[in-house]
Design a protein around this ligand. Structure first.
Ligand SMILES: [Zn+2]
Length: 273
């Protein structure tokens, strides 16, 4: 599923391809991904120039010269691509924006859970969707204000997009591991120092993931993510990835928190304080 780091990578590509470019044709191959009537979208887009791109959590925005914004959400399998001719069109392209110079920018989505919306502004979209501050923009103090009174487990609280936007399942596990906080601590028991550690860990994990364009096998060996065994290249030929990077003899535990698979180190993330 495209998480914040993937969406930031898509945004950077869209920024390169689209800013200062006029959209001359809207090609809809499958209207399933449109959360706005096709005619309305065509009227808003054709002839408009993309003036800027933004990201809020897992949402990507294209600002148009008309003042409106296109909001792109990538669902489970969304991606972006570019091509020039029909025969090069990426498989599962659902919508394509054609530019004046012939380049076409594709909204690709095999499973079609992604959505393209139209909004008056990013602020209006954020209010309507009840999305909290972006995880890369939120301060430690804002986190403490938002989470510090919640009598809920810290992991589901961090996954709640209304409190902070853009943290998905593996990211929250990695953040809590880096901050050395147990996923089942109650949010209201965290100290100011722990909120500082949480904030620093969010910055570390997201910036590392963006830097590596979300290619997990390139993440540092100090990351917990390798225990998920999405690939085996972090510690080739060994079982080291199943153990804590700080405690080479302690195996990373897997259990379920709020129905989500959760990885943590039983030595560095303690439940009792
Ligand atoms: Zn450990």
């Amino acid at each position: 599923m495209p998480e914040l780091p993937e969406v930031e990578t898509y945004r950077r590509l869209l920024d390169e391809l689209l800013v200062q470019q006029q959209l001359v044709t809207l090609e809809v191959l499958d209207a399933h991904v449109l959360a706005v009537p096709e005619d309305e979208l065509r009227q808003a887009v054709v002839g408009a120039t993309v003036t800027a791109t933004h990201r809020l959590g897992k949402n990507c925005f294209l600002e148009l010269s008309t003042g409106q914004v296109l909001a792109l959400h990538f669902g489970m399998t969304g991606d972006v691509g570019a091509y020039r001719h029909d025969h090069d069109r990426p498989r599962f392209t659902r919508v394509a924006f054609h530019l004046a110079d012939g380049l076409r920018v594709a909204f690709i989505d095999p499973r079609k859970f992604g959505r393209i919306r139209l909004a008056g502004s990013i602020a209006e979209f954020q209010r309507a969707k009840k999305i909290g501050p972006d995880a890369l923009a939120i301060t430690a103090e804002e986190m403490q204000q938002g989470l510090g009174k919640k009598k809920t487990l810290i992991k589901p609280a961090l996954l709640d997009q209304r409190l902070t936007a853009g943290l998905g399942n593996w990211i929250v596990d990695e953040v809590l591991f880096q901050a050395q906080i147990h996923p089942e601590r109650l949010a209201n028991t965290l100290t100011a120092e722990e909120f500082q550690a949480l904030h620093a860990a969010i910055q570390l994990v997201l910036r590392t993931a963006i830097e590596h364009e979300a290619v997990y096998r390139h993440f540092p060996a100090s990351f917990l993510i390798h225990a998920r065994e999405w690939d085996d290249s972090a510690t080739p030929g060994t079982e080291a990835h199943r153990f804590c990077p700080r405690h080479p003899k302690v195996e990373i535990g897997k259990h379920y928190v709020g129905g989500r698979a959760t990885y943590h180190c039983p030595s560095c993330q303690l439940l009792a304080t």
